[in-house]
Design a protein around this ligand. Structure first.
Ligand code: SF4
Ligand code: MG
Length: 342
């Protein structure tokens, strides 16, 4: 059956004053019903652009979607009209952001804001909407919801505001919640609570989540499957378990190495050397080539690696794909971490 969301060969380009920037170059992501899909990658890898494309919230110009499909329940969202997208946005598909202060309106009460999507998309009275808002705020861990609906955002703590934003995103019981770095601004304890909340709620409401983060440790708390993005492409995709058991892409392995251990949480992360490239034309080789410790020569520079299963020599789950020439016929070598184990 068709997944809830299928992003298929998505290509997005930004027109700038001088050269265009190819921000997404053939991104494929699927999200099943009632699944949490983690999207991980460094800033600038195209995570947010992908999320905004789904809801058609990219500023155009400069952004233009130059290819691909975004199928939601089997229908291509890119063919929807503005008014059809208005019906989907904040209703069937909601989005929550890193910074609740940007998403919340300082001059409206919490109640006014959390009820807004309901009043826009459902046939309910204000009183009914307020009742539902109170219930949802409570479900989001705000016990004092009855009082909170009359408060303004500035009187709440960061963690409470994040919960309010989640309540606002969930009030219509969407099929898909897009969460873009929703816990980044919070302290570690609050982060953990918000992640628990999202997990509980996705089960309770039978909802799928596209969980975007640059922090693999955070994503691994909530995700069932994971898509590793690099420079506007998908480097690897697999289940969360398999990501740690058998990471295949050199970039994925770097990301895993950079997760802070519990006892060194205050130390600087070992950063991956170099920076994410930007493309002024579609990439002509592997986007990771300039930083890759396993670089194997001209194939990496000249042939764009396609996402595919790594081959029968690797004992991975069927859906595990990797875009790297170490796993294609372009290479006769095999990466040491997998050959040792065979
Ligand atoms: Fe490294 Fe080459 Fe694989 Fe790219 S294709 S990740 S450069 S080995
Ligand atoms: Mg971002």
């Amino acid at each position: 059956t068709e997944p809830l969301l299928a992003i298929d060969d998505l290509n997005v380009r930004f027109r700038t004053e001088d050269e265009p920037v190819y921000a997404l170059n053939g991104v494929d992501i699927t999200i099943e019903h009632n699944e949490v899909m983690g999207i991980i990658g460094e800033s600038g890898c195209g995570k947010s652009v992908t999320a905004l494309s789904v809801l058609q919230l990219l500023q155009s110009p400069p952004a233009e979607i130059i290819g691909g499909e975004i199928r939601y329940k089997g229908e291509n969202l890119l063919e929807r009209s503005d008014s059809e997208m208005d019906e989907i946005r904040g209703n069937e598909i909601s989005m929550i952001y890193q910074d609740p202060m940007k998403a919340l309106n300082p001059v409206l009460t919490i109640g006014q804001q959390v009820t807004e999507p309901l009043l826009a998309h459902r046939d309910v009275t204000k009183d009914e909407a307020i009742d539902e808002a109170i219930e949802m705020l409570r479900a989001c861990g705000l016990a004092d919801a009855e009082r909170l609906v009359d408060e303004y955002p500035h009187s709440l703590s960061g963690g409470m505001r994040q919960r309010v934003m989640i309540a606002m995103g969930l009030i219509t019981k969407p099929d898909l919640l897009i969460a873009d770095e929703p816990t980044t601004a919070l302290d570690v304890t609050t982060q953990a609570k918000i992640l628990d909340l999202l997990e509980d709620i996705s089960d309770e409401f039978d909802m799928s989540i596209m969980y975007i983060s640059h922090n693999l440790a955070t994503v691994s708390e909530v995700a069932d499957r994971i898509t590793v993005m690099y420079a506007g492409t998908v480097a690897e995709r697999c289940t969360m378990n398999e990501l740690f058991e058998l990471p295949l892409h050199p970039y994925t392995r770097k990301l895993i190495e950079s997760i802070p251990k519990l006892d060194t949480v205050h130390e600087r992360l070992p950063a991956i050397e170099g920076s994410v490239p930007t493309f002024n034309e579609p990439p002509s080789g592997c986007p990771f080539a300039s930083r890759c410790p396993q670089y194997i020569g001209s194939a990496c520079d000249e042939v764009v690696p396609q996402a595919q299963p790594p081959g029968e020599a690797y004992d991975v789950e069927a859906e595990h794909t990797v875009a790297c020439h170490l796993y294609t016929d372009a290479s006769s070598e095999k990466p040491p971490w997998t050959t040792e184990e065979q």
